[in-house]
Design a protein around this ligand. Sequence first.
Ligand code: ZN
Length: 450
Amino acid sequence: MCSCGDGKLKYSNQQENEIGSEMLAMATTLFPLNRSLTGAGNRDTLKTICKMIPELEIHETPSGTPVGDWIIPKEWKVRDAYIIDLSSGIKVVDFSINNLHLVGYSVPIDTVMNREELDPHLYSLPNQPEAIPYVTSYYKQSWGFCMKHKDRLKLTEGPFRIVIDSDLFDGSLTHAELVLPGLEQQEILITTYLCHPSMANDIISGIVIWSFLVRYLQTIERRYTYRFYIGPETIGAINYINLSKNKLKNVCAGWVLTCIGDNGPFSYLKSRASNSLSDRVGVSVVKSMSGIKSGVVGYKIYEFLDRGSDERQFCSPGIDLPIGSFMRSKHGTYPTYHTSLDNLNVLSASSLEDSLNMMKQAIKFIENNEFLRLKTLGEPFMTKYGLRATVSSGLLDKTTKNIMDSLAFMDGVTDLLQISDTTGISMESLIEIAKVLIEHKIVEKVDHEN
Ligand code: ZN
């Protein structure tokens, strides 16, 4: 249990239209922290989330612990890092201004070298001269600096003093988890990651949407049990799976939240199974969202071959969980991806709120997806229930037609998601139709393991 103890005060009781602003405020708080695979930046990120969700359980796994084919790495700590041009005395690169300037997991160094010696340790993007690239060297001991290409072009021949005041030491890798029990044991797994430094769409948005989704689910009656995980990508997910093997056996659906805060199209990336419950909900949700919001152009559906986040681990053979990803502009598809230009300017209160609404829609669809069975012999006498105009013109009105089309497929083995897909009736409408039909005892629920 986290012990930051500030309670829920700040984030409780907001009006719906204030949520986007609160989300943006949280993004702004989290953005500057120096996150990595391990370290204080990750813990500080979790502490910020704990102010909103004090129930979050935080776990530490010691460096050196074998996990599958991997080993939990040493912990990385940075106090300072910079390059001084000794010919002018000017700091030409400074980690304290932007944490992307330092290659992730850089080893300590304090030395003087000329430009030719320094150059192999510099990273810049000639095609994006205004952007600092995001570079890491987690598993090979190395050091380096990242800078805007336009600034690199201005570097003199030196000499330069290079200082990286960092430590790599036996510490631990941090992750957090929260389980919200529901009426059923079957679980929905919802994950995101916290291993990138200052980037907005790729990381901050996922953390913010994940946190607000936890809070939303805490306030509603839940049919499913919800399991939330946050930790570093890849090694963190593999570690979590290793620690949770028995706990994950009830997972019937779930999603990774990644790159989910900009104004891009509502996007879904399918699990390896490609037609899992997660996927059928995901596809249905992004299609439904694209019609709601003006200014957002359409939706996108990606196949598992386009994967890139922790669905890679959760869907891995032998683990076989049906985990897809919800996104806005997908990782690797937008020019500011993994650069300093993926900054807070790409997020807005409304884009964050739209993404939260996308996830609320996913919860609505999965919570209300039912297998229903018609109880009458042949079609029911709809007039008796007041579900059909008493004066028939020979043509069914749209509502009656939708009800009759829905009923035609309510055979106890076809769920509402499938009926929506077959008939073109939206899930929102089907959920309402189902409520009415259950009320009138025209159909009954059929228990069905997902
Ligand atoms: Zn990334």
